[in-house]
Design a protein around this ligand. Sequence first.
Ligand SMILES: [Fe+2]
Length: 286
Amino acid sequence: MILLRNLVYVRLGTEDLDEAEHFCTSILGLEMAKRDADNLYLRSNTRIYTLHYLKGKPADQAVGIEVDGAAELSDAANLLEERGITVYRGTREEATARRVHDFIAFSCPSGNRLELVVRPQLSAKRYFPSRDAGITGFNHIGLFTTDPVRDEQFWTSLFNVKVSDRISDIPLMRFTSMHHELALVRGEGPGIQHINHQVETTDDVMRNYYFLRERNVPIVFGPGRHPTSGARFVYFTGPNNMVFEYSCGVDHIADEANHRPRQFAFEPTSFCMWGSRPTGFVKTGD
Ligand SMILES: [Fe+2]
């Protein structure tokens, strides 16, 4: 069993770093940590960065998740290889670029690129956003899956990942007490389906909704409330049509020992209990 501790970063390829910088600093409300010819690093919390745009193809995406240390990283590599998964061991130079001590990379059965990292760097400098969106930090991701049942099995059999709830056969999964760090969403191929940043309050969700609308940022779902996690949310698109989410009030699983995943039907109200329709977000047949 591989113990996952924290979601650390998302890396996205883009041909246009200027567009990414403008969106992240002027619209999304992250702090620019560093920019060079090929890289744009952005902060959302105490980490040195949580979002990394790398000059390249938009399909080049990866998610970084922290494990405890060098021994655990080595054990994880061995376990993955025992299961027939090809493991790439990061070089020192690549680890430096990621601002981690060491890492391994591999793909889930749907082809999503995952990186297990040790000792990701924090910054002693206070997170100071470029716009007051109310962001308290990078929180969770949606991942496309070509087979939710197979991929749920992958996550729950190899890692300390548990299912909090399901909508049809889409699992919302956690490896901390938070309702979900990983949501699988059916798609045609691999990819990051959405990137969530938490904001402080429902007021922030609504302030951001009006801010986005005034600037003609495409809103694909919400404002609304998930009946699963209880979070109030709004989803919108950024560069290369990546979907970003602001939300607040994600439930924590208080009674870990007795929690059982609840089953929700595959219908619009399972995604939003206020009536917003997720037509631009997931295919519901609605
Ligand atoms: Fe979300």
